[in-house]
Write a protein that binds this ligand. Structure first.
Ligand SMILES: NC(=O)c1ccc[n+]([C@@H]2O[C@H](COP(=O)([O-])OP(=O)(O)OC[C@H]3O[C@@H](n4cnc5c(N)ncnc54)[C@H](O)[C@@H]3O)[C@@H](O)[C@H]2O)c1
Ligand SMILES: O=C(O)C[C@H](O)C(=O)O
Length: 332
Protein backbone atom coordinates (compact mmCIF):
# COMPACT_ATOMS: atom_id res chain seq x y z
CA UNK A 1 0.00 0.00 0.00
CA UNK A 2 1.28 3.50 -0.83
CA UNK A 3 2.59 5.36 2.21
CA UNK A 4 1.04 8.69 3.24
CA UNK A 5 3.36 11.61 2.51
CA UNK A 6 5.27 13.15 5.43
CA UNK A 7 5.16 16.95 5.59
CA UNK A 8 8.63 18.42 6.11
CA UNK A 9 9.09 22.11 6.89
CA UNK A 10 12.35 23.86 5.99
CA UNK A 11 12.60 27.45 7.21
CA UNK A 12 15.11 29.76 5.53
CA UNK A 13 14.52 27.64 2.44
CA UNK A 14 15.75 30.29 0.00
CA UNK A 15 19.15 30.38 1.72
CA UNK A 16 22.25 28.31 1.18
CA UNK A 17 21.43 25.35 3.41
CA UNK A 18 17.85 25.47 2.18
CA UNK A 19 18.99 25.17 -1.42
CA UNK A 20 21.19 22.20 -0.53
CA UNK A 21 18.70 20.35 1.68
CA UNK A 22 15.43 20.50 -0.26
CA UNK A 23 16.61 18.24 -3.11
CA UNK A 24 18.06 15.83 -0.54
CA UNK A 25 14.67 15.60 1.19
CA UNK A 26 12.83 15.26 -2.11
CA UNK A 27 15.17 12.43 -3.18
CA UNK A 28 14.59 10.38 -0.03
CA UNK A 29 17.94 11.07 1.64
CA UNK A 30 16.23 12.16 4.86
CA UNK A 31 13.33 9.71 5.19
CA UNK A 32 14.29 6.84 2.91
CA UNK A 33 13.70 5.93 -0.74
CA UNK A 34 10.10 4.74 -0.22
CA UNK A 35 8.72 7.65 1.81
CA UNK A 36 6.79 10.30 -0.16
CA UNK A 37 7.14 13.86 1.14
CA UNK A 38 5.42 17.22 0.89
CA UNK A 39 7.88 20.08 1.29
CA UNK A 40 6.86 23.19 3.19
CA UNK A 41 9.31 26.03 2.55
CA UNK A 42 9.32 29.26 4.54
CA UNK A 43 11.35 32.40 4.02
CA UNK A 44 10.85 36.12 4.60
CA UNK A 45 9.35 38.66 2.23
CA UNK A 46 12.67 39.98 0.77
CA UNK A 47 13.51 36.41 -0.26
CA UNK A 48 10.04 35.59 -1.66
CA UNK A 49 11.10 35.74 -5.30
CA UNK A 50 14.14 33.56 -4.70
CA UNK A 51 11.94 31.12 -2.78
CA UNK A 52 9.60 30.93 -5.75
CA UNK A 53 12.63 30.12 -7.91
CA UNK A 54 13.47 27.19 -5.63
CA UNK A 55 9.85 26.02 -5.90
CA UNK A 56 10.09 26.16 -9.71
CA UNK A 57 13.32 24.13 -9.66
CA UNK A 58 11.74 21.49 -7.44
CA UNK A 59 8.95 21.08 -9.97
CA UNK A 60 11.48 20.95 -12.82
CA UNK A 61 13.49 18.24 -11.06
CA UNK A 62 10.46 15.88 -11.28
CA UNK A 63 11.28 14.03 -8.05
CA UNK A 64 9.10 10.91 -7.87
CA UNK A 65 8.81 11.10 -4.05
CA UNK A 66 7.80 14.77 -3.97
CA UNK A 67 4.01 14.92 -3.67
CA UNK A 68 3.61 18.65 -3.12
CA UNK A 69 5.35 21.95 -2.38
CA UNK A 70 4.17 24.80 -0.17
CA UNK A 71 6.36 27.90 -0.61
CA UNK A 72 5.31 30.80 1.56
CA UNK A 73 6.33 33.77 3.66
CA UNK A 74 3.46 33.13 6.07
CA UNK A 75 4.77 31.25 9.10
CA UNK A 76 1.34 29.89 10.07
CA UNK A 77 0.71 28.46 6.60
CA UNK A 78 4.23 27.02 6.56
CA UNK A 79 3.77 25.18 9.87
CA UNK A 80 0.35 23.70 9.05
CA UNK A 81 0.29 19.95 9.82
CA UNK A 82 4.05 19.49 9.48
CA UNK A 83 5.48 16.26 10.88
CA UNK A 84 9.11 17.37 10.77
CA UNK A 85 10.45 20.91 11.10
CA UNK A 86 14.01 21.76 10.08
CA UNK A 87 14.63 25.26 11.37
CA UNK A 88 17.37 26.84 9.26
CA UNK A 89 15.95 30.37 8.97
CA UNK A 90 18.11 33.07 10.49
CA UNK A 91 21.35 34.88 9.92
CA UNK A 92 24.72 33.11 9.54
CA UNK A 93 27.89 34.49 11.12
CA UNK A 94 30.58 36.08 9.00
CA UNK A 95 34.36 35.74 9.25
CA UNK A 96 35.69 36.79 12.68
CA UNK A 97 32.36 36.36 14.49
CA UNK A 98 31.47 33.71 17.09
CA UNK A 99 28.14 31.92 16.63
CA UNK A 100 26.70 33.68 19.65
CA UNK A 101 27.29 37.02 17.89
CA UNK A 102 24.16 36.32 15.81
CA UNK A 103 22.21 35.72 19.03
CA UNK A 104 20.03 38.82 19.25
CA UNK A 105 18.80 38.55 15.64
CA UNK A 106 18.14 34.83 15.76
CA UNK A 107 16.62 34.11 19.18
CA UNK A 108 13.72 36.48 18.53
CA UNK A 109 12.92 34.51 15.35
CA UNK A 110 12.79 31.31 17.41
CA UNK A 111 10.53 32.84 20.00
CA UNK A 112 8.09 33.94 17.27
CA UNK A 113 8.18 30.67 15.35
CA UNK A 114 7.70 28.56 18.49
CA UNK A 115 4.08 29.60 18.83
CA UNK A 116 3.31 29.01 15.12
CA UNK A 117 4.68 25.47 15.42
CA UNK A 118 2.83 24.87 18.64
CA UNK A 119 -0.47 25.97 17.12
CA UNK A 120 -0.24 24.48 13.64
CA UNK A 121 2.22 21.56 13.46
CA UNK A 122 0.99 17.96 13.54
CA UNK A 123 0.94 16.33 16.98
CA UNK A 124 4.32 14.78 17.77
CA UNK A 125 6.13 16.97 15.21
CA UNK A 126 9.90 16.46 15.47
CA UNK A 127 11.90 19.71 15.46
CA UNK A 128 15.55 20.16 14.48
CA UNK A 129 17.11 23.60 14.97
CA UNK A 130 20.05 24.30 12.67
CA UNK A 131 20.32 28.11 12.80
CA UNK A 132 22.94 29.48 15.19
CA UNK A 133 23.34 29.69 18.09
CA UNK A 134 21.66 26.32 17.54
CA UNK A 135 21.45 25.00 21.12
CA UNK A 136 20.14 28.27 22.53
CA UNK A 137 17.68 28.86 19.66
CA UNK A 138 16.31 25.36 20.35
CA UNK A 139 16.02 26.15 24.04
CA UNK A 140 14.12 29.36 23.30
CA UNK A 141 11.86 27.47 20.91
CA UNK A 142 11.21 24.91 23.65
CA UNK A 143 10.44 27.56 26.27
CA UNK A 144 7.95 29.34 24.03
CA UNK A 145 6.15 26.18 22.84
CA UNK A 146 5.26 24.52 26.14
CA UNK A 147 2.78 22.08 24.57
CA UNK A 148 5.42 20.49 22.29
CA UNK A 149 7.01 17.61 24.22
CA UNK A 150 10.60 18.55 25.16
CA UNK A 151 11.84 15.26 23.64
CA UNK A 152 10.71 16.57 20.26
CA UNK A 153 12.98 19.62 20.22
CA UNK A 154 16.61 19.06 19.24
CA UNK A 155 19.52 20.92 17.68
CA UNK A 156 22.14 19.96 15.14
CA UNK A 157 25.55 18.78 16.35
CA UNK A 158 25.68 15.92 13.86
CA UNK A 159 27.81 18.09 11.58
CA UNK A 160 30.45 18.29 14.33
CA UNK A 161 30.08 14.53 14.90
CA UNK A 162 30.63 13.87 11.19
CA UNK A 163 33.59 16.27 11.14
CA UNK A 164 35.16 14.28 14.00
CA UNK A 165 34.65 11.02 12.08
CA UNK A 166 36.21 12.65 9.02
CA UNK A 167 39.32 13.78 10.93
CA UNK A 168 39.89 10.34 12.47
CA UNK A 169 39.37 8.50 9.19
CA UNK A 170 41.79 10.88 7.45
CA UNK A 171 44.42 10.41 10.14
CA UNK A 172 44.13 6.59 10.00
CA UNK A 173 43.61 6.45 6.25
CA UNK A 174 40.48 4.31 6.65
CA UNK A 175 36.95 4.72 5.30
CA UNK A 176 34.84 7.09 7.34
CA UNK A 177 32.22 4.32 7.72
CA UNK A 178 34.80 2.22 9.60
CA UNK A 179 34.95 4.77 12.45
CA UNK A 180 32.11 5.10 14.95
CA UNK A 181 31.01 6.26 18.38
CA UNK A 182 32.80 9.58 18.61
CA UNK A 183 30.88 12.00 20.82
CA UNK A 184 30.24 15.71 20.61
CA UNK A 185 29.48 17.03 24.09
CA UNK A 186 27.84 20.38 24.70
CA UNK A 187 27.42 23.45 22.57
CA UNK A 188 27.64 23.74 18.77
CA UNK A 189 30.35 26.36 19.31
CA UNK A 190 34.10 26.53 19.73
CA UNK A 191 33.75 25.16 23.29
CA UNK A 192 32.21 21.88 22.11
CA UNK A 193 34.14 18.80 23.22
CA UNK A 194 34.78 16.19 20.51
CA UNK A 195 35.56 13.03 22.52
CA UNK A 196 37.15 9.87 21.06
CA UNK A 197 37.55 7.95 24.32
CA UNK A 198 34.78 5.49 23.40
CA UNK A 199 35.22 5.57 19.62
CA UNK A 200 36.24 2.50 17.66
CA UNK A 201 37.67 1.71 14.25
CA UNK A 202 37.15 -1.48 12.27
CA UNK A 203 40.51 -2.98 11.34
CA UNK A 204 41.51 -6.26 9.66
CA UNK A 205 41.81 -7.72 13.17
CA UNK A 206 38.41 -6.52 14.40
CA UNK A 207 37.08 -3.43 16.18
CA UNK A 208 39.75 -1.48 18.09
CA UNK A 209 39.67 1.66 20.25
CA UNK A 210 40.49 4.76 18.21
CA UNK A 211 42.90 5.92 20.94
CA UNK A 212 44.90 2.70 20.65
CA UNK A 213 45.06 2.72 16.85
CA UNK A 214 45.88 6.44 16.54
CA UNK A 215 48.51 5.99 19.27
CA UNK A 216 49.12 9.73 19.59
CA UNK A 217 47.39 11.18 22.65
CA UNK A 218 49.07 14.51 22.08
CA UNK A 219 47.32 14.89 18.69
CA UNK A 220 44.00 13.55 19.97
CA UNK A 221 43.99 15.85 23.00
CA UNK A 222 44.91 19.03 21.16
CA UNK A 223 45.01 19.41 17.38
CA UNK A 224 42.15 16.98 16.70
CA UNK A 225 39.89 18.82 19.17
CA UNK A 226 40.67 22.30 17.91
CA UNK A 227 40.32 21.26 14.26
CA UNK A 228 36.77 20.02 14.90
CA UNK A 229 35.92 23.01 17.11
CA UNK A 230 37.18 25.47 14.48
CA UNK A 231 35.99 23.69 11.34
CA UNK A 232 32.99 25.98 10.85
CA UNK A 233 35.30 29.02 10.96
CA UNK A 234 37.74 27.35 8.53
CA UNK A 235 34.90 26.79 6.03
CA UNK A 236 33.77 30.42 6.36
CA UNK A 237 37.35 31.59 5.77
CA UNK A 238 37.68 29.41 2.66
CA UNK A 239 34.21 29.92 1.13
CA UNK A 240 33.37 33.34 2.52
CA UNK A 241 30.09 31.59 3.32
CA UNK A 242 29.26 29.16 6.07
CA UNK A 243 29.04 25.42 5.51
CA UNK A 244 25.97 24.39 3.55
CA UNK A 245 26.23 21.03 1.82
CA UNK A 246 27.75 19.35 4.87
CA UNK A 247 25.21 21.04 7.15
CA UNK A 248 22.32 19.92 4.93
CA UNK A 249 23.67 16.39 4.79
CA UNK A 250 24.14 16.28 8.58
CA UNK A 251 20.57 17.54 9.12
CA UNK A 252 19.31 14.66 6.94
CA UNK A 253 21.46 12.21 8.95
CA UNK A 254 20.04 13.60 12.21
CA UNK A 255 16.39 13.21 11.17
CA UNK A 256 16.93 9.88 9.42
CA UNK A 257 18.52 8.28 12.48
CA UNK A 258 15.95 9.83 14.83
CA UNK A 259 13.01 8.54 12.75
CA UNK A 260 14.41 5.26 11.42
CA UNK A 261 16.80 4.36 14.27
CA UNK A 262 20.56 4.18 14.80
CA UNK A 263 22.36 0.99 13.69
CA UNK A 264 22.87 -1.59 16.43
CA UNK A 265 26.04 -0.94 18.43
CA UNK A 266 26.49 2.65 17.36
CA UNK A 267 25.42 6.02 18.60
CA UNK A 268 25.30 9.55 17.21
CA UNK A 269 25.45 13.04 18.72
CA UNK A 270 22.31 15.15 19.08
CA UNK A 271 21.62 18.37 20.96
CA UNK A 272 18.79 17.39 23.33
CA UNK A 273 17.18 18.69 26.50
CA UNK A 274 19.40 17.64 29.40
CA UNK A 275 17.86 15.30 31.97
CA UNK A 276 20.88 15.75 34.26
CA UNK A 277 22.81 12.82 32.74
CA UNK A 278 26.59 13.03 33.27
CA UNK A 279 26.07 15.85 35.77
CA UNK A 280 25.02 18.30 33.02
CA UNK A 281 22.48 20.76 34.46
CA UNK A 282 18.86 20.31 33.41
CA UNK A 283 17.37 23.21 31.50
CA UNK A 284 19.98 23.25 28.73
CA UNK A 285 19.96 21.84 25.21
CA UNK A 286 23.29 20.01 25.30
CA UNK A 287 24.83 17.58 22.82
CA UNK A 288 25.00 14.00 24.13
CA UNK A 289 25.64 10.58 22.63
CA UNK A 290 22.25 9.08 21.81
CA UNK A 291 20.77 5.94 20.30
CA UNK A 292 17.42 6.09 18.54
CA UNK A 293 14.70 3.47 18.26
CA UNK A 294 11.06 3.71 17.13
CA UNK A 295 11.31 7.46 16.68
CA UNK A 296 12.68 8.17 20.18
CA UNK A 297 16.21 9.12 21.20
CA UNK A 298 17.82 8.03 24.48
CA UNK A 299 21.03 9.29 26.00
CA UNK A 300 23.73 6.60 26.17
CA UNK A 301 24.30 6.10 29.89
CA UNK A 302 27.19 4.89 32.00
CA UNK A 303 30.19 5.92 29.88
CA UNK A 304 33.33 6.43 31.93
CA UNK A 305 34.37 10.09 32.05
CA UNK A 306 37.98 10.95 32.91
CA UNK A 307 39.18 14.21 34.45
CA UNK A 308 40.23 15.73 31.11
CA UNK A 309 36.76 15.10 29.64
CA UNK A 310 34.97 16.28 32.79
CA UNK A 311 36.64 19.70 32.61
CA UNK A 312 35.78 20.11 28.93
CA UNK A 313 32.17 18.94 29.37
CA UNK A 314 31.70 21.42 32.22
CA UNK A 315 33.27 24.30 30.29
CA UNK A 316 30.86 23.93 27.38
CA UNK A 317 27.91 23.59 29.81
CA UNK A 318 29.03 26.83 31.45
CA UNK A 319 28.98 28.59 28.08
CA UNK A 320 25.44 27.33 27.46
CA UNK A 321 24.31 28.71 30.84
CA UNK A 322 25.79 32.09 29.86
CA UNK A 323 24.14 31.95 26.41
CA UNK A 324 20.82 31.16 28.03
CA UNK A 325 20.91 34.30 30.15
CA UNK A 326 22.18 36.39 27.22
CA UNK A 327 19.29 35.07 25.09
CA UNK A 328 16.80 35.94 27.78
CA UNK A 329 18.22 39.47 28.01
CA UNK A 330 17.91 39.82 24.20
CA UNK A 331 14.23 38.93 24.44
CA UNK A 332 13.43 41.46 27.18
N1 LIG B 1 24.15 23.80 13.45
C1 LIG B 1 24.96 23.72 12.42
O1 LIG B 1 25.73 22.75 12.31
C2 LIG B 1 24.99 24.76 11.34
C3 LIG B 1 25.77 24.57 10.21
C4 LIG B 1 25.79 25.53 9.21
C5 LIG B 1 25.04 26.70 9.36
N2 LIG B 1 24.29 26.87 10.46
C6 LIG B 1 23.44 28.06 10.63
O2 LIG B 1 22.27 27.90 9.81
C7 LIG B 1 21.71 29.18 9.52
C8 LIG B 1 21.44 29.30 8.03
O3 LIG B 1 22.64 29.30 7.31
P1 LIG B 1 22.65 29.61 5.73
O4 LIG B 1 24.07 29.53 5.32
O5 LIG B 1 21.64 28.80 5.03
O6 LIG B 1 22.21 31.14 5.75
P2 LIG B 1 21.55 32.00 4.57
O7 LIG B 1 21.68 33.42 4.97
O8 LIG B 1 22.06 31.56 3.24
O9 LIG B 1 20.01 31.55 4.65
C9 LIG B 1 19.21 31.85 5.73
C10 LIG B 1 17.82 32.10 5.20
O10 LIG B 1 16.97 32.36 6.32
C11 LIG B 1 16.05 33.34 5.92
N3 LIG B 1 15.42 33.94 7.09
C12 LIG B 1 15.84 34.98 7.87
N4 LIG B 1 14.93 35.24 8.82
C13 LIG B 1 13.94 34.33 8.67
C14 LIG B 1 12.72 34.10 9.35
N5 LIG B 1 12.34 34.87 10.37
N6 LIG B 1 11.94 33.10 8.91
C15 LIG B 1 12.29 32.33 7.87
N7 LIG B 1 13.42 32.51 7.18
C16 LIG B 1 14.23 33.51 7.58
C17 LIG B 1 16.87 34.33 5.08
O11 LIG B 1 16.04 35.14 4.27
C18 LIG B 1 17.72 33.33 4.28
O12 LIG B 1 17.08 32.97 3.06
C19 LIG B 1 22.71 30.19 10.06
O13 LIG B 1 22.29 30.62 11.34
C20 LIG B 1 23.99 29.38 10.17
O14 LIG B 1 24.89 29.93 11.10
C21 LIG B 1 24.27 25.93 11.47
O1 LIG C 1 30.37 27.96 11.92
C1 LIG C 1 29.33 28.51 11.55
O2 LIG C 1 29.01 29.66 11.88
C2 LIG C 1 28.40 27.75 10.62
C3 LIG C 1 28.10 26.43 11.18
O3 LIG C 1 27.66 26.47 12.49
C4 LIG C 1 29.24 25.46 11.05
O4 LIG C 1 29.61 24.81 12.04
O5 LIG C 1 29.76 25.30 9.92
Amino acid sequence: MAKNPVRVLVTGAAGQIGYAIVPMIARGVMLGPHQPVILHMLDIEPAAEALNGVRMELIDAAFPLLKGVVATTDVEEACKDVNIAVMVGGFPRKEGMERKDVMSKNVSIYKAQASALEKHAAPNCKVLVVANPANTNALILKEFSPSIPEKNITCLTRLDHNRALGQISGRLNVHVSDVKNVIIWGNHSSTQYPDVNHATVTTSSGEKPVREVVADDQWLNSEFITTVQQRGAAIIKARKLSSALSAASAACDHIRDWVLGTPKGSWVSMGVYSDGSYGIPEGLIYSFPVTCEKGEWSIVKGLKIDEFSRAKMDATAKELIEEKSLAKSCLN
